[in-house]
Design a protein around this ligand. Sequence first.
Ligand SMILES: Cc1cc2nc3c(=O)[nH]c(=O)nc-3n(C[C@H](O)[C@H](O)[C@H](O)COP(=O)(O)OP(=O)(O)OC[C@H]3O[C@@H](n4cnc5c(N)ncnc54)[C@H](O)[C@@H]3O)c2cc1C
Ligand code: SF4
Ligand code: SF4
Length: 374
Amino acid sequence: MPPEKPQWKELYSEVVTGGLCTGCSACIIVCPHDVLKYEDSDGIYKPYHLDVDGGKADCTHGQRGCTLCTRACPRFRDWESEIDLFMHNRNRTDDEVSGIYRQVVLARTTDQTVKEVGQDGGVVTSILLYAMDNDIINGALVSALEGDGSTWKAVPTVVTTKEEILKGAGSRYTYSANPLAYLEASNRGIDRLALVGMGCQASVPAALSAKKAGKTSKRFVLSIGLLCSKSFNDAIFSELFEAKYDIKRETIKKMNIKGVFQIWCNDGSYHEIPLKEAHQWTREGCKSCPDFAAEHADISAGGIGKFLDWTLLVIRTQKGEDIINDMVEKGLIEVKPSDEDPAAVELMDKLAKVSRKRWPESAASSVRRHIPVR
Ligand SMILES: Cc1cc2nc3c(=O)[nH]c(=O)nc-3n(C[C@H](O)[C@H](O)[C@H](O)COP(=O)(O)OP(=O)(O)OC[C@H]3O[C@@H](n4cnc5c(N)ncnc54)[C@H](O)[C@@H]3O)c2cc1C
Ligand code: SF4
Ligand code: SF4
């Protein structure tokens, strides 16, 4: 029997319509035949195949041997184990529910401008600025708000300047498929990229490299992950915030999630909305996601812990560690050991366990071997 060559047909049946697709967009950015597109309206955040060359559920290029979309996908079959092995030369142990890492620290920026716009400690923004200044990258794929920001529509964006990086700072809790901005970066010849995104996206660079998905893999040099248990559909603005709390999206200045949805408005008012009220606007693509801690990033960042305005950093690779050490040495960030807030690491592991249990039993993958029994 010739070796199996899984292509869009398998990706469509096992991942896209099989309930595993996060909408990360990796399959689209690697497709050399331009037959995959992205649907992001009405709460749908998914790839689809144009009605040509095999149609919705198959692909004639795949029939002829193209397998790039399945090789890019960080949810196809044994993705987790394949990427762990590629990144760390070993599989994780059952205790490593938050993925394999070298160290966890708490950090915050020392730059006053970044402090003002950053979500927690402003560290992700500081890393991007450092990586640009030191010529590690020549661009980054982040999320920014469309237009003047009044619609709160989060859009994948290429940033190459300090002003653009600062504009993308802060968190939006609706989905922005940041890898999709690769297509623009590629057209502009930007070829040393950092990717910022939740776990579903932060796994993309390592998935591309682990499964040798062509030239695209070589253009990602840094992956910065965001801890994440869910994102929401855009409809939450009109159907919950406005309909029940009379908070119009154009009046919102900042949002955060710390046990509750926190919303600050331009008129100085502050609102708290219980998270359970927001559950019904959970994005479909998050419901099977097992990755809370952005397990395949070089550095993962989150806002849990008792120190407000600090970022919890999970440093996973040598590259990530070198960057953080050099930033500390240059006084760009300050850090303290995670021992100063052990409950934060415990909470990360607890939330990681909750997420892992979402991975469906029907999904044939090594992921289930690491689902904790308690
Ligand atoms: C949808 C979502 C859910 C999250 N859930 C949790 C959680 O449950 N627990 C937790 O500890 N932390 C969570 N975080 C991470 C947290 O909100 C901060 O992003 C993190 O602590 C880094 O803070 P910072 O100040 O260092 O980042 P900043 O310096 O402010 O940089 C944030 C970066 O995130 C990017 N970004 C913002 N919104 C999005 C988006 N919607 N999609 C993709 N990229 C985006 C920005 O472009 C920017 O580059 C979540 C983030 C997001 C976007
Ligand atoms: S998870 Fe990402 S790569 Fe996989 S099918 Fe969905 S959008 Fe494509
Ligand atoms: S829970 Fe977060 S990491 Fe998982 S698919 Fe949703 S947005 Fe991505």
